[in-house]
Design a protein around this ligand. Structure first.
Ligand code: UDP
Length: 327
């Protein structure tokens, strides 16, 4: 069975990707330092404990498993944190990715699927965000991901490293089978925080800013279900295996939801009240991030099946309520 090295395979998106890869007939080999991931989320292939800042360790794992491709998810991913400690983001994300990319090339593993972000586009309110939009990130997280995209492009030119870049919008939901789901410690993402506020694990959900230039004053995001997102990754891998060349794809639905709209959907989907507080804007937050591209659909044949807000919240709520959810 062909193996795929999945960095961050113990994390939220990475673990769902491992499940999708396994279903598609690949063996996912997780490389993860378990700093934010969970060993018990690694259910679909072996776990190699390791740090991307340790190049020798990465080389050992390539030599042992001989993967045909890499899916790179491991990264620090909190916009707010990246504004507090940008050096950390450049060191962990960019240096870590550079080590991984150099190790992949050295091992002659030249198919690379990269988890990038709409945060590379910055805050371009009113602009349709497609893959050719200018990338002007406004936070260190987005900047670190943009730098990795640039490294991939340079390594393609010199070493023929074929890569697919996925620029995610906001990922939500959980495995419909309930095997895996979202769990961060500390949690910073809107939907899991809402669910925690609903069941009393936190006193309230704080809305970060109500004075944005949007219809209801709160930030707008484009939410995509994690299961749909990882399906696109399998298609991206097959795209590379078929020799279709390097390409970037937005992964979003094209529908924007404000924070207040997400709250209202959560109230309806769970049939529970949500304690809400109103706070300051969070540094680094763009006003609106909504995909304006259908490239993933037209070229990869990607069809999101569960990415409507009600379904995403219901799946996340089911996971949240299950015994697997860690306090
Ligand atoms: N948000 C919020 N309160 C929270 C967490 C998030 O109002 O406790 C807002 C945040 O400002 C952003 C949206 O919810 O507009 C999504 O934030 P999240 O951290 O989930 O994802 P991001 O957009 O940063 O990737």
């Amino acid at each position: 069975m062909d193996r795929v090295l999945v960095t961050g395979g113990a994390g939220y998106i990475g673990s769902h990707a491992c499940k999708a890869l396994s279903r598609a007939g690949f063996e996912p080999v997780t490389f993860d330092n378990l700093s934010t991931g969970w060993a018990d989320a690694v259910k679909f292939g072996p776990l190699e404990d390791g740090n991307l800042l340790d190049r020798a360790r990465i080389d050992t794992v390539f030599a042992k498993h001989q993967p045909i491709a890499v899916m790179h998810f491991a990264a620090l991913s909190q916009v707010g944190d990246s504004m507090k400690d940008p050096g950390l983001y450049w060191r962990e994300n960019v240096t870590g990715a550079l080590n991984l990319i150099e190790a992949a090339v050295a091992a002659d593993c030249k198919r690379f699927v990269f988890s990038s972000t709409c945060a590379t586009y910055g805050d371009q309110d009113g602009v349709v965000l497609d893959e050719d939009s200018v990338q002007i990130p406004i936070n260190a997280y987005g900047a670190s991901k943009q730098a990795i995209e640039q490294i991939l492009s340079n390594f393609e030119a010199t070493y023929d490293l074929q890569h697919v870049i996925f620029r995610y919008f906001n990922v939500a939901g959980a495995d419909p089978d309930g095997e895996i789901g979202e769990f961060h410690r500390p949690e910073t993402h809107l939907i899991p925080l809402i669910l925690q506020a609903i069941d009393g694990q936190r006193p309230a959900l704080t809305v970060f800013g109500t004075d944005y230039p949007t219809p209801d004053g709160t930030c707008i995001r484009d939410y995509v279900h994690v299961s749909d997102l990882v399906d696109a990754h399998v298609s991206g891998l097959k795209w590379l295996i078929d020799g279709k060349g390097s390409r970037a794809f937005n992964l979003g639905t094209g529908s924007g939801f404000s924070v207040r709209e997400v709250l209202e959907n959560a109230r309806r989907a769970t049939n529970r009240d949500i304690p809400i507080e109103y706070g300051e804007r969070r540094p680094g937050d763009a006003t609106s991030l909504v995909s304006g591209s259908s490239r993933a659909s037209s070229e990869l044949g990607w069809t999101p099946h569960r990415s409507n807000m009600k379904q995403m919240i219901s799946d996340a709520w089911q996971w949240h309520q299950s015994g697997d959810y860690k306090q």
